[in-house]
Design a protein around this ligand. Structure first.
Ligand code: HEC
Ligand code: HEC
Ligand code: HEC
Length: 445
């Protein structure tokens, strides 16, 4: 009897122990999988994976006004990566921009946004990087920044001036507590959307204009500069606020979510830096998170409270079809653009974006338009919309004057209303993009 009891207790203990480790492993797997998802939302790979390089091994050059900054190896390799980082070290780098050796990171690492991330999400990211990312031995590259800007100590002052401190300073404090951050305690999708947009998804890194010291002018919707548009790598990461003309005022929440998931909507398609954001990050977000982001963006008031919606106008389409408009802009459009974007500027749903009353076309700053016409572009292929279409580049075919004229025409037709484009601006963009002009006509210019 006693033996039987002992036996049962022993097997029960064993069974219980087994169950406990399984449960613990289950919790870890859940945490690791959560971390994997969050790393995609945060798009860590965008910067930490070099083109053709091993995942997260760093070495990707990020252009900055002071020179090229190379991302570092964040695989768990103990010697060249972050294998030796404790959770507290990892947290300090991620949310405060301080490396393990105490130096301050360049703000090319978006720790200013990540400061909003909850401790729980930091823990999940840490679990993922430590346990599910393959270690890669690859030494970090030296920064391509010249002295005196290469000195790191001024970065500390930058950080103190511009980086918000996470309310909960370090992972050593109760990481499970519910301190810090903008993460909502409720299920309100707008609050969840705000948490993602301001924090992990760091949309403001590209979409918020920068100030004199290259700091983002606002890190949340405290002023209307937040997400009101900025030029990144020659493209305008445009206004995402409620403006009907050049923001997202005429987009429904569903349009926004579809764009982020599919890389296109009926009327628009992602290009420039946004194509990569969609390809590597937003297309993999859950529908609930996409709906939350869309709901939050729809809550942003317009930058210009007096801005009117654009009214449809078919004067230009009629003139193009009858051949009445003989201007260089109209003729260039008919010869080079109308096959895809149509004389009505309506494009084809889901295939060739609409130019009529498009928020991209009607942004004051024409950087994106000039660049896409010079270089062409290919929309991202996504799980939800694998077939993707391309636009050819016209740098070798159209002169600076032709491009300025055709864009000025586009920006004044079909109800569009945006400033004319100058040939001098095209020339500057062409030089920056190293795009040679058309051979013959260039001599006459
Ligand atoms: C927009 C680009 C960008 C994104 C996105 C980004 N990083 Fe970074 N990260 C950098 C750069 C650049 C550095 C190096 C900065 C320096 O050398 O001062 C860096 C440095 C780091 C460091 C410090 C490593 C060290 O060697 O001390 C860690 C840790 C890190 N990143 C983790 C992450 C994680 C985790 C994510 C996603 C949640 C992420 N980063 C997303 C650009 C980025
Ligand atoms: C690496 C820079 C970068 C980041 C980060 C970024 N964007 Fe963009 N975004 C752009 C650029 C450039 C454009 C303009 C090209 C285009 O319309 O696709 C753009 C365009 C958009 C558009 C299309 C607007 C229109 O009127 O056509 C939406 C919507 C958008 N971004 C939402 C977001 C959201 C939400 C985030 C954060 C999850 C985000 N972006 C993060 C660069 C970025
Ligand atoms: C072969 C078809 C084709 C031709 C010809 C063409 N485009 Fe495009 N255009 C596209 C496609 C496809 C996109 C989407 C590219 C992307 O998202 O990367 C696009 C995007 C654009 C956009 C960005 C619109 C938005 O809201 O996303 C503008 C502006 C534009 N084209 C203007 C022009 C002009 C001006 C011309 C003539 C000089 C022209 N296109 C010729 C296919 C074409």
């Amino acid at each position: 009897m006693t033996n039987y009891i002992r036996f049962t207790v022993a097997s029960l203990t064993l069974a219980l122990a087994g169950w406990c480790t399984q449960a613990a492993a289950g919790a870890d797997t859940t945490r690791i999988e959560k971390g994997r998802y969050l790393a995609t939302v945060a798009d860590c790979a965008a910067c930490h994976t070099a083109k053709g390089g091993k995942p997260f091994a760093g070495g990707r050059g990020i252009a900055s006004p002071v020179g090229t900054i190379y991302s570092t190896n964040i695989t768990p390799d103990p010697r060249t990566g972050i294998g030796g980082y404790t959770l507290a070290d990892f947290d300090r780098a991620l949310r405060r921009g301080i490396a393990k050796d105490g130096t301050t990171l360049y703000p090319a690492m978006p720790y200013v946004s990540y400061s909003k991330v909850t401790p729980q999400d930091v823990q999940a990211l840490y679990a993922y990087f430590m346990h599910a990312v393959a270690p890669v031995e690859q030494a970090n590259k030296a920064e391509g920044i010249r002295w005196p800007l290469s000195m790191r100590w001024p970065l500390r002052f930058w950080r103190m001036a511009f980086a918000p401190r996470p309310v909960q300073a370090s992972a050593d404090d109760n990481m499970d507590g519910n301190a810090n951050t903008s993460e909502p305690a409720s299920d309100d999708p707008v609050l969840r959307g705000r948490y993602l947009v301001e924090g992990l998804a760091h949309c403001g890194t590209c979409h918020t204009p920068r100030g004199f010291a290259l700091q983002e002018k606002a890190l949340s919707d405290t002023t209307k500069t937040y997400l009101s548009g900025a030029v990144v790598d020659g493209y305008l990461a445009k206004n995402l606020r409620g403006d009907p003309k050049n923001g997202l005022g005429t987009w429904s929440a569903d349009d926004i979510a579809a764009f982020l998931k599919r890389g296109r909507s009926d009327d628009a398609a992602a290009f420039g830096g946004m194509a990569e954001v969609v390809a590597h990050s937003t297309q993999y977000m859950s529908d609930a998170d996409l709906a939350a982001i869309a709901a939050y963006l729809k809550s942003l008031s317009p930058l210009d409270p007096n801005g009117d919606a654009l009214m449809a106008d078919d004067t230009a389409a009629t003139a193009l079809r009858s051949g009445a408009d003989r201007s260089n802009g109209a003729l260039t459009f008919v010869d080079n653009c109308a096959a895809c974007h149509r004389t009505s500027g309506a494009g084809y749903d889901d295939t060739f974006p609409k130019l009529a009353r498009s928020s991209v076309v009607n942004s004051d700053n024409a950087a994106s338009l000039i660049r896409i016409v010079l270089l062409g572009s290919e929309m991202p292929s996504t799980q939800a919309a694998p077939t993707h279409y391309a636009m050819p580049g016209f740098a070798a075919r159209l002169t600076d004057r032709d491009i300025a004229d055709v864009l000025t025409f586009v920006r004044a037709s079909w109800g569009n209303h945006a400033p004319a484009v100058k040939a001098a601006d095209v020339a500057k963009a062409r030089a920056a993009a190293h795009a040679a002009p058309p051979p013959r006509r260039a001599e006459n210019e």
